[in-house]
Structures are given as structure tokens and as C-alpha cells.
Design a protein around this ligand. Structure first.
Ligand SMILES: [Zn+2]
Length: 467
């Protein structure tokens, strides 16, 4: 009992004690970090000074600090001490380099191994790397493929002569099917109010890919055709690409291309459905800012201002979260696709890996995966940087799940860096957040107003085989 009271008193004492400084990164006082450098991010109480291993560090007027430090191999010790005498010791272990790991070698099979996709949405990739922007298509369960070799944990797949891709071994299983060529019987074009629909009737399911190269072009592989067993079909569009999909229904490959919304001059976003995605939430904090606020809070508050602005322009707006709660990435994607939204905007604030210096990184950037989202990304970054005093970090292609798997034109906005003291001061300013949201809305509006013509379909020269 005595012990219990003692512990209780100690806890109460610790809670009421004012700390002279607060470190938000590194998270733990003992940590392994495999990088040539890392950083200490946090804040000090007013009037305090802070020293790392006896050397004073630069403090922002807000009390925030972000100090990059070099790491040597093995153990690194950093003692952080405030002018009031409070002290914290950090031990950071950098693993010794020079560990040999065997590099995988490519092995060509004597006879192809026929496999089939065993996981819905499995990506085929243009290089033997299981990350990044190298995805060519995603296939459903049962798609038959011909593996001609292996490299580490990936198979090299021949879709048709001279068309090679890669797939993870864990995404396929051995198949009893064969890889005979398919026959393309015919195609039909239909349309409704919302989309153009193209139906390609085949003798069986066979691999395909869709690429954006100014226009939209479809390739169907391993088909009886003139050249390399590939049928290529271009959808020449005289409209912005605003979302499309391609998937099998039985043996028919169905391509759907969304039409541009009808323009309404008074309310430019009247016929536009937009999903706003406030990044992170609930148990998932996102990055922690120098001053200790979690990224999820900045994201939500900018998202709510954005909702208000977009509604005022006539848009139908959906929010993946409206308060502080956890939402999985899958559910954010599913929600967006279920709403059949034309535009998806995810709001985040940025952080950095250990080897970067937080004092050297500020400003805004917009990320997209599909080329169709490039014009929207440009429009948003232009509006933001025209209206706000933020550094322009441009637009970038990146493989984020929320912009990759949504059928809307999808972008992710990194508003500012939470671990940069100057940017952190902006992010805690309500006026900044309101104006930022208004600028994103302006960027979306400008994008919608860019051009609004009807899609034109150009005839493709394809030989059909009568079935
Ligand atoms: Zn984030």
C-alpha cells in the first residue's frame, strides 16, 4: 500500500512538473536509425535555451527547433540540456554497414510456367521492383499469365512477344490452364449521361493495360493479331480525362470513361462530386509538429474549410472523415469509388526521412499517380502559390494508395512541413488554413473551367475475327 501511494505521488508530481523542453522526434530515448543523419525536433518553454552535447541550437521565435545531427556507425549519444538544467539523454544506434547480402540473380525458365493471379488487385509492374510508380495494371483473381523467368521474389511474365512485365510470386499460384491466344470478336460503344462505355468481346480473359499518353490507349495482349499478338485501341478524347476503369465482365473487357460534368456558369462546381480526404485521424496521428500538434488536426481543419469553399461554388462534397477518427486507406478508396466522385483531394502536411534537414525544407507540393490528374495538380499548386506566401515544391508523381486506387481524378496535397519551425507557425494559424483551403478550391474551380468539349471517338483499324 505504501508503495502504491508513493507511485501515485510520483505520477502526480511528474504530471504537474513543467518541462523546459519537449522532443517530438526521435520518439524514444533509445532508438535504432539506419541513416547518415537524423534530427531532433521539438520546442522549448519561453526564455529557455537548448544545448545538444554542449552546443547551443538555433531556436525559432515560436520556441520550435529542428536540428539535424550526423550519425556515425554504432552508438551515438546526444545529451539535450536546457538552460534551466533539465537534461535528456538519447542513445541512437546506427547499424554497422558492410553486411553482405546476396544479390538475387535472374533465372530464365526452360519452359514457361503458367500461373494465375491469386489476389484481387495484384499489380503487374514494368520493373522487378515491388514499389514505386512502375505499375502497369492490376488484375483480378484467375487471370492466367505465362512466367518465363524469376528474379528474387518476382516472376518475369511474357504478356505477348516483346511485352514483358513482373509480378510478385506471392500474388500468383500455379495454374492448370494454358496460355493460348485469345480471339477478339468485336467491340461495342455505348454511352449514358455519366460515361462512355466500350465493350470488347473476347474468346477468353487475357491480359490488358491502359496507358495515358495524351490520349487514352488500351492494349490487349496475347490476342490473334497482326503484330506481336497485341491489339491496340486508342480512345481519342476531346475532353479532360476525368476517371476511367477497365475490367472484365465474363469474357468481355469493359472500359468506362467518365464524361466531363456539364458546366454551370453561375456555380462552376454545380455538377461536380468531390471527395475531401483529411489525412490520418484517430489513433493514427500522422507526423508530430515541432510544437507538438499532430498532423491529423491540421489536415482536418483545412479539409473543413475546403468543404465550405467547395460547397459555396456548388459542388457536392463528401468527407472521408468529419471528426477525429481512424479511417483505413482501403475505406477511403472504397468510399470515393462508391460515391462515383469525379475529384478526390487528400489533405496532408509533410514530414521528412532521417537523412534530410528539416530547416532546409518548406512549402507545398501536390502528388498524383495517373497522368490524368496532372492538370488538376498544376492548377492547385498554381492557385496556392499565387495566393499564399508558401514555397512552391511543384507537382510529383508518386504511388500513394489513395490516389492510385480511386477512380476519380485524384491528388494529394502536402500543405507544409510540420517539422519545419516556420511552416509549423503557419499551420497553427487559422487564417493561413482558411486561405489555403480557399486557394485549393480556386485551383479545383480553374481546372473544371479549363475546357469543356464533348468527347470524340476516332475509328481504330482493328481486324475482327468472326466468332
Ligand atoms: Zn500525412
Amino acid at each position: 500500500m505504501k508503495n502504491f501511494i508513493y507511485i501515485l505521488l510520483t505520477l502526480l508530481f511528474l504530471q504537474t512538473q513543467v518541462q523546459a523542453f519537449n522532443v517530438v522526434y526521435p520518439k524514444n530515448t533509445y532508438q535504432k536509425i539506419n541513416s547518415p543523419s537524423t534530427f531532433f525536433v521539438g520546442s522549448v518553454e519561453q526564455g529557455e535555451e537548448l544545448y545538444i552535447n554542449g552546443i547551443p541550437i538555433e531556436l525559432h521565435y515560436s520556441g520550435a527547433f529542428a536540428k539535424s545531427v550526423l550519425l556515425k556507425n554504432g552508438q551515438n549519444i546526444f545529451v539535450l540540456k536546457s538552460s534551466m538544467g533539465e537534461e535528456k539523454k538519447y542513445v541512437i544506434e546506427r547499424p554497422l554497414i558492410g553486411v553482405n547480402y546476396k544479390k538475387a540473380e535472374y533465372n530464365q525458365f526452360e519452359t514457361p510456367l503458367i500461373v494465375e493471379v491469386s489476389r484481387n488487385g495484384a499489380p503487374i509492374r514494368t520493373t522487378a521492383v515491388q514499389s514505386g510508380i512502375n505499375r502497369l495494371a492490376h488484375y483480378k483473381n484467375g487471370m492466367v499469365l505465362s512466367a518465363i523467368g524469376e528474379l528474387g521474389d518476382m516472376y518475369k511474365v511474357e504478356l505477348s512477344p516483346q511485352n514483358y512485365v513482373w509480378i510478385a510470386k506471392s500474388d500468383v499460384k500455379n495454374s492448370k490452364q494454358n496460355y493460348d491466344k485469345a480471339i477478339l470478336y468485336n467491340y461495342k460503344k455505348q454511352q449514358n449521361k455519366k460515361e462512355y462505355i466500350y465493350k470488347f468481346a473476347l474468346s477468353k480473359q487475357t491480359p490488358y493495360s491502359i496507358e495515358e499518353n495524351g490520349n487514352l490507349s488500351l492494349k490487349i495482349y496475347n490476342v490473334v493479331a497482326n503484330k506481336n499478338d497485341v491489339v491496340q485501341f486508342s480512345f481519342v478524347l476531346n475532353q479532360k480525362l476525368m476517371g476511367y476503369s477497365a475490367e472484365y465482365s465474363g469474357n468481355t473487357l469493359v472500359v468506362k470513361i467518365k464524361k466531363e460534368p456539364k458546366l454551370n456558369k453561375k456555380l462552376p462546381l454545380k455538377n461536380v462530386k468531390i471527395v475531401i480526404d483529411a489525412g490520418h485521424g484517430g489513433s493514427e496521428q500522422g507526423a508530430i509538429s515541432c510544437l507538438g500538434n499532430p498532423e491529423k488536426e491540421f489536415n482536418l481543419s483545412i479539409s473543413k474549410y475546403l468543404e465550405h469553399e467547395l460547397k459555396a461554388m456548388g459542388a457536392t462534397v463528401y468527407m472521408t472523415r468529419h471528426f477525429d477518427r481512424f479511417v483505413s486507406l482501403n475505406n477511403r478508396v472504397k468510399y470515393t469509388n462508391d460515391k462515383n466522385a469525379q475529384i478526390f483531394v487528400s489533405i496532408h502536411a509533410n514530414s521528412l526521412p532521417d537523412n534530410k534537414n528539416p530547416l532546409e525544407h518548406r512549402g507545398s507540393g501536390v502528388y498524383y499517380y495517373y497522368d490524368e490528374a496532372k492538370p488538376l495538380s498544376e492548377s492547385i499548386i498554381n492557385a496556392v502559390c499565387k495566393n499564399m506566401a508558401v514555397r512552391n515544391n511543384g507537382i510529383h508523381q508518386a504511388s500513394f494508395a489513395v490516389v492510385r486506387n480511386t477512380s476519380a481524378v485524384s491528388v494529394l496535397v502536402e500543405t507544409a512541413y510540420v517539422i519545419n519551425p516556420d511552416d509549423n507557425s503557419l499551420l497553427i494559424d487559422d487564417d493561413f488554413k482558411r486561405k489555403y483551403a480557399a486557394s485549393v478550391a480556386e485551383g479545383i474551380k480553374n481546372y473544371i473551367l479549363q475546357q469543356n468539349k464533348v468527347a470524340i471517338f476516332r475509328k481504330n483499324k482493328i481486324k475482327f475475327i468472326k466468332g
